[in-house]
Write a protein that binds this ligand. Structure first.
Ligand code: ATP
Length: 234
C-alpha cells in the first residue's frame, strides 16, 4: 500500500447456490462445487430440489438425497447443504428460490446460481427464466458434450448479450445479471448413468464418494432404475 492510500475495500459477500436433484450426488457435482469454491473464493451451498408434487419420487426421496449430500460434503472445506427448497411446498422453481433469497438477504448482495452447461443451454425452458437474471448471476460449469460452444437457442443468445464476464471478481461488482463460464477439467459422471448401472448390476461405486455408495447400498436405492426430472423441468 502506498503512503496515504486507502486499504482495499473488502469485496462484498457473494452467495453461491448449486441446485439440482442430486439423485444421487456424484463426483462430477463435487468437482464442480470445489472448482467454483476455489475460483469464486466463497462457500458453495448445495441445494437439493424438492420431490415433484403429487407423485412418488422416481429415485431416492428428497430426505434421502439431502442425506447423501450431507455425507458427500462432510469434511469438505467451503461446501454445505441448504435445504430451503425442501421446506417449500410444490415444485422447486429457481425463480421462487431467488425471490426467497432476496427477501432474506436484500437486493444488494451478489447472488449466483451454479449450473452445468447442459442445464444452462435449456434455460428458456425454466419457469419465468428471463426474470432470473434480475435476481442472480449464473456460473456455468462446462460438461462433456455440452453445447456451450455451439449454437445457443436464439432467445438465450439474445438474453446473454453483454452479460458474459471475464473475471470472477466481476460477480461481486453487481448483485445479479452476469454470466461466468467456469473452466475446469471435464467430468463425465451423470446421475442417470449411475442409476442405470446400479439397476443393471454394473460397477458404479467409483463415481460417488464412498460414504454415499455405502448409503445407497444400505438403503437399496435405485435397484429398479428410476428417472428423475430436473428442478425446473416442465
Ligand atoms: P441426470 O444425469 O439425472 O440429469 P445430473 O448428473 O445432471 O443428473 P443433477 O442433479 O440433475 O445431476 O445436476 C445438478 C446440476 O449439476 C445441473 O446443473 C447439472 O448440469 C450439473 N452437473 C451434473 N453433473 C455434471 C457434470 N458431470 N459436469 C458438469 N455439470 C454437471
Amino acid at each position: 500500500m502506498t503512503p496515504g492510500s486507502q486499504p482495499p475495500v473488502p469485496s462484498p459477500r457473494l452467495l453461491v447456490y448449486y441446485g439440482g436433484t442430486f439423485d444421487p450426488v456424484h463426483d462430477g457435482h463435487l468437482s464442480i462445487a470445489r472448482a467454483a469454491r476455489d475460483v469464486l473464493e466463497t462457500d458453495i451451498r448445495m441445494m437439493p430440489a424438492a420431490d415433484p408434487p403429487h407423485r412418488a419420487p422416481p429415485g431416492a426421496t428428497a430426505d434421502q438425497r439431502a442425506g447423501m449430500l450431507d455425507l458427500a460434503v462432510a469434511g469438505e472445506r467451503g461446501l454445505c447443504v441448504d435445504r430451503r427448497e425442501l421446506h417449500r411446498a410444490g415444485r422447486s422453481y429457481s425463480i421462487d428460490t431467488l425471490l426467497g433469497l432476496r427477501a432474506e438477504f436484500g437486493t444488494r448482495v451478489p447472488i449466483a446460481l451454479l449450473v452445468g452447461a447442459d442445464s444452462f443451454v435449456d434455460l428458456p425452458d425454466w419457469h419465468r427464466w428471463r426474470e432470473l437474471f434480475e435476481h442472480a448471476h449464473f456460473v456455468v460449469a462446462e460438461r462433456p458434450g455440452s453445447p456451450l460452444d455451439g449454437d445457443l437457442r436464439p432467445e438465450l443468445a439474445a438474453a446473454l448479450a453483454g452479460r458474459w464476464c471475464r473475471s470472477p471478481g466481476q460477480l461481486r461488482d453487481a448483485p445479479a445479471g452476469r454470466v461466468l463460464r467456469l473452466r475446469q477439467p471435464l467430468h463425465g459422471e451423470s446421475a442417470t448413468a449411475i442409476r442405470a448401472r446400479i439397476a443393471a448390476g454394473e460397477p458404479w461405486r467409483d463415481d460417488v464418494p464412498p460414504a454415499v455408495a455405502d448409503y445407497i447400498e444400505h438403503h437399496r436405492l435405485y435397484l429398479n432404475g428410476g428417472e428423475a426430472g430436473g428442478p425446473d423441468a416442465p
